[in-house]
Design a protein around this ligand. Structure first.
Ligand code: SF4
Length: 291
């Protein structure tokens, strides 16, 4: 849940989730739509699908236990290098490091080097040989993350309170490296076409080509190209919608029709029951103004 998402956003979802699913076995039995329903609004839905696939695999193949070596753990759906190292450290107290953005910044500042000039893989392998001279590997991993988040912060590091300030090269150097990175914001233009009927319904389909909204109920979405929009469609409004580092510039069109393409189904604009992503709910509120 925490991938690409802030802790404060995740907390209510996490609480609800662990209240409902108390064991790997119970989680492995739910359907994809049940887990997606709980995830609704959190975004990045592939995480929920991967979690479910991993859970089923653990129950079936690994006797409901997480493997305790890097190679096996990385075979699980959605588990990359970072997550694998974090799990091995947190759960099995293995001498590894989970290198996230905060941890990278701490090392880059301490050494006063660009992150790209630091060999983090080497650092992990040195730690296997006890670079940090501790048996508390789980605590070390968490401490490094928290240190980056609370002391060696992206802006205004708290150097006067820092336990490393006597040896930190960043603090001593007159030529301080710049560790602040800004996410590149992508702007994308879309036309969204909504079939509506007089019963206050909208036609949605799961067949869409937008990868970050795959398999969800959406109206027809097309990337803006040079072709003009057919006269059947009436323009409703232009609005912006941000998803992570994407800024979507949306032109919303509609038409009233009782005929819809095969892969579409009607949904009530007042419905809260179906699994509708928040992206689509925003479209609901825009077209509801027509009724
Ligand atoms: S002294 Fe400042 S820059 Fe150096 S590690 Fe500590 S907080 Fe970061």
């Amino acid at each position: 849940m925490l991938q690409q998402t802030q802790v404060k956003t995740v907390i209510p979802y996490f609480r609800k989730f662990i209240k409902q699913y108390k064991s790997l076995e119970s989680l492995s039995k739910v359907s994809e739509s049940q887990i997606l329903k709980l995830w609704e609004g959190l975004g990045y839905y592939s995480r929920a699908r991967n979690l479910l696939a991993t859970t089923r695999l653990l129950v079936k193949k690994y006797d409901s236990k997480l493997p305790n070596n890097l190679q096996e753990i990385k075979k699980l759906p959605g588990v990359g290098n970072y997550t694998a190292n974090a799990l091995l450290g947190f759960i099995y107290n293995k001498p590894t490091l989970a290198i996230d953005g905060n941890v990278k910044r701490v090392f880059a500042r301490y050494l006063n080097k660009l992150e790209s000039k630091i060999n983090f893989e080497k650092l992990i392998s040195l730690n296997k040989k006890n670079l940090f001279a501790t048996n508390r590997n789980s605590d070390l991993i968490e401490a490094l993350m928290e240190f980056g988040a609370l002391i060696c912060k992206p802006k205004d590091p708290k150097c006067s309170q820092c336990c490393l300030n006597k040896s930190c090269r960043y603090l001593k150097s007159p030529k301080k490296i710049n560790t602040e990175k800004r996410k590149k914001v992508k702007i994308m233009d879309f036309n969204i076409f909504c079939y509506l009927n007089k019963r206050k319904q909208i036609a949605l389909t799961k067949k869409n080509e937008i990868s970050f909204l795959k398999n969800f109920n959406l109206p027809l979405i097309k990337k803006v190209n040079n072709n003009s929009v057919s006269k059947d469609w009436r323009f409703l409004k232009n609005y912006k919608n941000s998803i992570s580092n994407l800024n979507l510039n949306i032109n919303l069109y509609y038409k009233f029709s009782n005929k819809i393409p095969k892969s579409y189904n009607w949904y009530s604009l007042n419905s809260n029951k179906e699994l509708i992503p928040s992206f689509t709910k925003k479209i609901f509120s825009q077209v509801s103004t027509l009724f």
